[in-house]
Design a protein around this ligand. Structure first.
Ligand code: NAD
Length: 163
């Protein structure tokens, strides 16, 4: 008997890193998992190593992609109980504010902040339909605000968005 028996979880950025480990752990505790990521090959590998999971090619910064991710999960498994907003980027050009270009700012905002907003906007209605659930927002606690301005500015909304 697992702690997540019967639960359905959507985990973004689950192809690698922390998201992958979360998918494997949730699966080992009995959850059925949507492994969502922009990286197909690694995502399919993660899903194949779970007990019951499927890979969905989702870009969390794209509203249509996010809606399709939740719709497909609900269609396959009947409901959604957990939204795990893990996808995030830390590109090398997200550097000191003096050298970072606006394009880097936009890319990090699109994934780290807008991505969480979109997953909450389109995912929470599924949780409500299921009678409630959990939203987990992964954030970074680095303090180097001046050196990594966008990452620092996106961590607070991610951490506090669902309070
Ligand atoms: N690694 C750390 O030390 C650390 C510390 C604190 C917080 N975090 C946060 O934890 C989360 C995961 O970190 P990680 O180290 O495992 O990162 P990672 O780079 O190993 O994994 C991130 C995953 O997100 C996916 N991804 C990127 N853009 C995406 C998009 N638009 N849509 C869907 N998926 C996308 C990537 O393909 C990748 O599989 C991030 O949000 C990061 O900010 C990491």
């Amino acid at each position: 008997m697992g702690r997540l028996d019967g639960k359905i979880a959507v985990i973004t950025g689950a192809a690698g890193g922390i998201g992958r480990e979360a998918a494997l752990l949730f699966s080992s505790e009995g959850a059925r998992v949507c492994v969502a990521d922009v990286g197909r090959e690694a995502g399919e590998k993660t899903a194949s190593e779970c007990h019951e999971a499927f890979f969905f090619a989702a870009d969390v910064s794209d509203p249509k992609s996010v809606q399709a991710m939740f719709d497909e999960t609900a269609k396959r498994y009947g409901q959604i109980n957990v939204i795990y907003n893990n996808a995030g980027i830390m590109p090398p050009d997200d550097d000191s504010i003096l050298v970072t270009e606006p394009d880097a700012w936009d890319r990090v905002q699109a994934v780290n902040a807008r991505g969480v907003f979109l997953c909450c906007k389109y995912g929470i209605p599924h949780l409500l339909k299921a009678g409630g659930g959990s939203v987990i927002n992964v954030a970074c606690s680095w303090r180097s605000s001046a050196r990594r301005p966008r990452r620092s500015l996106t961590r607070h909304p991610r951490a506090r968005y669902c309070r």
